[in-house]
Design a protein around this ligand. Structure first.
Ligand code: PMV
Length: 324
């Protein structure tokens, strides 16, 4: 039996990915750039065994079923094909934050699974291949293989590191504004937006320039330049969803209250900027010296259930590998 345990961190996109160029290969229609986060992580253990008759998958202590199970098996099948392995796998995966709530659980989840499954299958460590394998399951997961600031270009590729954490030590506070899971998954939401929103085409047209400018602002370590671009990327992405028929709206009233509180902080002289994904939570970036004040302000807003304080995270890592 071969066994491996991997840890991967979640990431939040500063330049958003929304839309697929090729559904079968899960290639993004737009480039994206994210921050890997230290405080939100998935730990996944994979072991291949001759004695198993089917893949046995538990996510957060519950047996995986339906589409969630199928997505894991699909990744395992790709690893089995590359490693010329026929045995089934036991997978145990845990998040230290809520799953499927717009907190990028699929990013850290598939990154940790890709890294652990390849190692358990005896394949040598290759971050580029691991990133491509993760991307095939969830494009944002390709970015979680690397720490710091990470880009994923349009089309067939692996993610690439843009800068490490020490280059620009920004922090991010998540304002959690809902307890339950999100109503529409990202794959479904992206197809719906592409198929019905007249704003989808202009999102795809404008996103590359925004992503380029965001990358330059990260490389220049310039929050004043970066922040407005980050907000524009999130709002253009959401505008494309709002234009869908029926509209795809992930915000709740607390989302808007937090956005307004961030704008207010800025008017009072604190550099803080928001971004929202396929869920109602608001993620706010700020400099380390300002995050205590930002966190206090977010926690005062009605509808904010709690906050999560994140610093930049490291590369996904293997903690244990055994072959018996
Ligand atoms: O990788 P997916 O299918 O979970 O899609 C992620 C989409 C967003 O979180 C909304 C944006 C992004 O770039 O992470």
């Amino acid at each position: 039996m071969k066994r491996a345990l991997a840890i991967a961190h979640s990431n939040i996109a500063l330049a958003k990915y929304w839309g697929k160029e090729d559904i079968a290969n899960n290639t993004p229609a737009v480039p994206s750039l994210s921050m890997t986060l230290d405080a939100m992580q998935t730990t996944t253990e994979v072991s291949f065994s001759e004695t198993l008759e089917t893949d046995d998958v538990e996510l957060d202590g519950e047996p995986a079923e339906g589409r969630r199970y199928d997505r894991v098996v699909k990744l395992l099948d790709r690893v089995r094909a590359e490693a010329r392995l026929s045995s089934k796998a036991k997978v145990r995966s845990r998040n230290n934050f809520p799953t499927a709530a717009g907190l990028a659980s699929s990013a850290s989840g598939f990154a940790a699974l890709a890294l652990a499954a390849r190692a358990a299958a005896g394949l040598s460590r290759d971050d580029e291949r691991t990133s491509v394998l993760a991307r095939l399951s969830s494009a944002s997961a390709a970015r979680s293989i690397f720490g710091g600031y990470v880009a994923l270009d349009r089309g067939e590729s692996a993610a690439r590191r843009v800068a490490d954490a020490t280059h620009f030590p920004l922090e991010l506070i998540v304002a959690v504004t809902q307890a339950g899971k999100k109503h529409t998954g990202s794959t479904e939401g992206m197809s719906h937006t592409r198929d019905t929103s007249p704003y989808y085409a202009s999102w795809v047209e404008h996103a590359p320039k925004l992503a380029r400018n965001i990358e330059q602002a990260v490389l220049a370590a310039d929050l004043e330049r970066l922040g407005p671009l980050v907000e524009q990327s999130a709002l253009l992405m959401h505008a494309s969803m709002w234009g869908a028929a029926p509209a795809l709206i992930y915000f709740n009233p607390a989302t808007l209250r937090v956005m307004e509180a961030v704008a207010q902080l800025r008017r009072a002289g604190t550099l803080a900027f928001y971004t929202m994904d396929a869920g109602p939570h608001v993620k706010v970036i700020a400099k380390p010296e300002d995050t205590a004040e930002v966190r206090r302000t977010l926690e005062e807003q009605e509808g904010v259930l709690r906050t999560i304080h994140c610093r930049l995270g490291q590369d996904a890592s293997l903690r244990l590998e055994t072959a018996e």
